[in-house]
Ligand binder design. Sequence first.
Ligand SMILES: Cc1ncc(COP(=O)(O)O)c(C=O)c1O
Length: 399
Amino acid sequence: MKGFGVLQSFSGAGYNFMIQLTVPSIEEDDLEAVRKVLTSRFLVQGSHVAAFERSVADYLGSEYAIAVSNGTAALHLSLNALDVRPGDMVLVTAYSWISTANVIELCGAQPVFIDVCTDTFNMDPAQLKIVLGRLMTNKEIAQRVKAILPVHTFGQLADMTEIMKLAKHYQLPVIEDAACALGATLNGRYAGTWAAMGCFSFHPRKIITTGEGGVITTNDCDLALKLRALRNHGLDSDKSSPDFVMPGYNYRMTEFQAALGITQMSKLDRIIEARRSLAVHYCELLDESTVNAPFVAPGSQPVYQSYPVLLPEESSAFRTEIIARLKAQGIESTIGTWHMPMTTYFRTRYSYKIGDFPAAEWVFQHSLTLPLYDGLKKSEQSIVVQQLVAILEEMGIRA
Ligand SMILES: Cc1ncc(COP(=O)(O)O)c(C=O)c1O
C-alpha cells in the first residue's frame, strides 16, 4: 500500500486501511464490564439491561427506555406498538438506511416516501405537508395513514418543530428514527424525545456501541408496557404470574451487551465532544475547496455519526472511482446512505422512476462519507482532505 509511513495500518477483521471510516471507542473498562458478565453466568435477563435502560432514559430525560437487539428491531416494534397492519401507510423519509423502510413493509404496510432537503438530507416538511394534504383529504386513504417516520440523518435532527406541527394537525403519531442521533439536539431538545417513540441503534458505526443493539424511548406508560411484551414473546412483565398476552418476538438485548452499553454511556459526552471538534476541523480544511462540508441547521447540534460531504457537481459521476482511489491511498470512504425508493425492491414494487424524488436522488449521487470517529487525529483529517482534493484535481475536476 502506498502512503503515509507515520500512520499505523489497521489490517484486522477484513480492514486494510490506514485511516478507517470509523473505529468504535472500546477501552479497558468496556472489556472488563463484558468479561465480568460473561464470567457471572447470567448472560440474559438480569440486572444490566434494566440499568442500561435507566442510564439512556436518564440521559435523555425520557420516562422509559426499552432495550432491544438492534435499531431495526426498535423500529419494527414501534410500528407494531402502534398496530401498523397490512394495508396501512406510513410516511417516511426517502433517504435513509434501508431498514427504515423495510420495517414498514415487514408490517405489511406501505411506505409513502417523502423527499428530503438537499442541505440537511432530512425529511422536507414542505413535501410532507403536500403529501399529507393529498392523502388526508380522501377519507378512505386517510384511515390507512398510521404514522410519520422521520430520520435524524447522520446524527442531525430533522425539522421536528414543523413535523410535529403537521402530525398534531392530522392527529398522527410520530416515530423518530434516531438510530444515528444519540445526544443530538434541536433547540436544546434531544433526539428521541420529541415524538411518541424514539428508536436508537448501537451498531459499531453509531455514537456508542453494544455490538448490535437498540433502544426505544417513550414517555407513554402503555406503549412502554406493550413494547416490553412485544420484545419478549408477548410476556406481560407486569403480571404477578407469567402470562403471554400477545404474539411477540425475541428482540431482547443480552446482559453483556447491556454491560457494554453502561460503560459506553459513561463516555458519551466525551465522544460527542470529540466528534464535534473533528467536524469543525474538517470544515476548516474544506473551506477553500469545492467540496461542501455538512450543513448545520439553525438551533441544531448534530453528533456527526457520519461526516458526509457533498462533491462538486461534475464529480458525482465518478464517485465510485473517487472511493477506489482514496482506498488505494489507505483511506476508507463510502457513499452517504440510500435513495430507498430507487433500490430494486421498492422501485419495482411501487413503480418509482428517476425524478420522482429529485432531492434524495441528488443527495444520493453527490454525498461521500469521510472518516470520523473520536480517536481520529487532526493530522489524519488533513491527509484525508489533501488526498481527496488531489484526486479531484488529477481527474480534472476543479477542487
Ligand atoms: C437511520 C438508520 N435507521 C435504522 C438503522 C438500523 O439499526 P441497526 O443496524 O442497529 O439495526 C440504522 C443503522 O444503520 C440507521 O442508520
